[in-house]
Design a protein. Structure first.
Length: 118
């Protein structure tokens, strides 16, 4: 098990071995780290669009809805204080962890996520 520390002003995208995650920002300081992997064929969810009615991210590749339950269940446990993040990597055999700053298309409609975060 590892704890990853970073500042979201510098990074918003995490790669752990072959698995990718990104910060999905809500309003009022509520944020989550969710998988960037569409369960259909691995499409990049950070380039998707939030669908209010379906409560899901619409994958940009084949337009399948990735439900919030999938996103939360497959996200990373984390604690945020301001822009400082502390992320639990609950894998024993992690070989490589990297951080990046990417354009997250979903940030354009993130405020709709707020009510789903407990
Ligand atoms: S890869 Fe996401 S809908 Fe096909």
């Amino acid at each position: 098990m590892k704890i990853l520390h970073f500042d979201s002003k510098e990074y918003n995208f995490i790669t752990i071995d072959k698995n990718k995650y990104f910060i999905f920002k809500g309003i009022n300081g509520k944020n989550v780290i969710i998988p960037d992997h569409c369960p259909h064929r691995g499409g990049p969810l950070h380039l998707g669009k939030w669908d209010e009615k379906k409560e899901a991210i619409i994958c940009p590749w084949h337009r399948i809805a990735c439900k919030k339950q999938y996103l939360i269940h497959n996200g990373l446990p984390a604690v945020r204080v301001g822009t400082d993040w502390h992320v639990l990597i609950d894998q024993l055999d992690v070989q490589d962890v990297s951080l990046q700053k990417l354009h997250i298309a979903l940030e354009e409609n993130l405020n709709k996520w707020e009510r789903y975060i407990v």
